[in-house]
Write a protein that binds this ligand. Structure first.
Ligand code: NAD
Length: 356
């Protein structure tokens, strides 16, 4: 197969880990006889520095033309500490999601057995946990009207959802549940929020179309608690943008580290595949960032956008073998990890390449 992949590293460690993800794609192409061609584009702080725009038109054009996008992260401390900045890196991310119609963010949360000890949750609670989150990505409080009133002393953010927006992501989640353990948990706050009442109404209305899927509804506060107490209870979870943002970071602790989790953002057009972590400026340039989330994002890209199941499994199994061999990056190492097994970003990438 011939495919064009756009590499969008963005900021901070996004640059370091995406370079490793790309090497893994190259190795897969060589092994399976595919031709992957690459282009690269700017987003976030690096794009603001170069063009004044966090998502330059040139980047958007390249994104729309590519077959899939391997993405890094956006963000810079300069903006985190200046809430008044009008042009911000994350505007590039939000605009990309809107422009590409990326309404569903998929986050598989699966713990590699070797990393049971890396989580702060007890191993016996965690073992076997395997959750697929569907976070709605283009609606909710992030995209509604926002502003200030009362001379700037009062601020507001409007949360909005339409039936159509809820239904299209709920259907994707139901379909995924069918291919897994056939359980769907819809998370909302229907006891308080009108958007959540619409959300629950829509999920209940379409549920009869999937009689083989067992559906439960949880309030977000209860879901946050269950996730830590009994994560194995969940199979597929579908939720709104804000709740999904928070719950998936919480769930990242099941997998031991933010550096282990990949995500896919899909919808009407080109899919975007990225680690769930941010630009991590505390470790940028030190060569210690864990590249496995980017490598696993490449695996998701091959599976979802190109239907390359065997290629995707090859990557996941290579990661598994490297972890079984005892290799760790700093974020997933523990007191028992021998010093010579603690690797930096590129060395960890090289180990994975050896197993492909
Ligand atoms: P972060 O994910 O960048 O970092 C959180 C912590 O996890 C840090 O201690 C970091 O060192 C560690 N970490 C993250 N990824 C790691 C990896 N691959 N290997 C080892 N350790 C890793 O989140 P943050 O510190 O809250 O935010 C930093 C910047 O990233 C901010 O500007 C924020 O806006 C941005 N951000 C961007 C995205 C995105 O692009 N999708 C997501 C979250 C945060």
């Amino acid at each position: 197969m011939t495919k064009n992949i756009l590499i969008v590293p963005g900021d901070g460690i996004g640059q370091e880990v995406t370079a490793v993800g790309k090497k893994v794609l190259d190795k897969i192409a060589a092994k399976f006889g595919h031709t992957f061609t690459y282009d690269e584009a700017l987003i976030g702080h690096v794009a603001i520095e170069a063009t004044g725009n966090p998502l330059p038109d040139e980047t958007l054009t390249k994104m729309k033309k590519s077959d899939a996008i391997l993405f890094g992260a956006v963000g810079h401390p300069k903006y985190d500490n200046d809430p008044t900045a009008k042009v911000r890196p994350e505007q590039g991310l939000l605009k990309m999601r809107k422009e590409l119609g990326l309404y569903a963010n998929l986050r598989p949360i699966k713990l590699f057995d070797e990393l049971l000890g890396a989580s702060s949750i007890k191993p016996e609670v965690l073992k076997g946990a395997d959750i697929l989150f569907f976070r709605e990505l283009t609606g909710d409080i992030y995209f509604g009207e926002k502003g200030r009133k009362n001379n700037g002393d009062t601020a507001f953010d409007l949360a909005e959802y339409s039936r159509y927006e809820v239904e299209r992501i709920a259907r994707k989640a139901f379909e995924a549940a069918r291919t897994r353990r056939k359980k769907l948990c819809s998370v909302d706050k229907a006891n308080v929020l009108e958007t959540s009442r619409l959300w629950r109404e829509v999920v209940q209305k379409i549920a009869p179309d999937y009689p083989d899927v067992e559906v439960e509804h949880q309030f977000v506060d209860a879901a946050a608690m269950i996730l830590i107490k009994d994560p194995r209870r969940f199979d597929v979870v579908v939720t709104a943008n804000l709740f999904g943002d928070i719950l998936t970071d919480e769930a990242s602790q099941i997998a031991g580290s933010m550096g282990m989790l990949a995500s896919a953002s899909v919808g009407d057009g080109t899919g975007v595949y990225e680690p769930i972590h941010g630009s991590a400026h505390d470790i940028t340039g030190k060569g210690v960032a864990n590249p496995l989330a980017s490598i696993l994002s490449a695996a998701l890209l091959l599976d979802i956008s190109f239907g390359m199941k065997a290629e995707s499994k090859t990557i996941i199994s290579a990661v598994d073998k490297v972890l079984k061999a005892g290799f760790r990056t700093r974020d997933i190492a523990d007191a028992q990890t021998p010093a010579d097994k603690v690797l930096g970003t590129s060395a960890m990438g090289e180990e994975v390449l050896k197993h492909i």
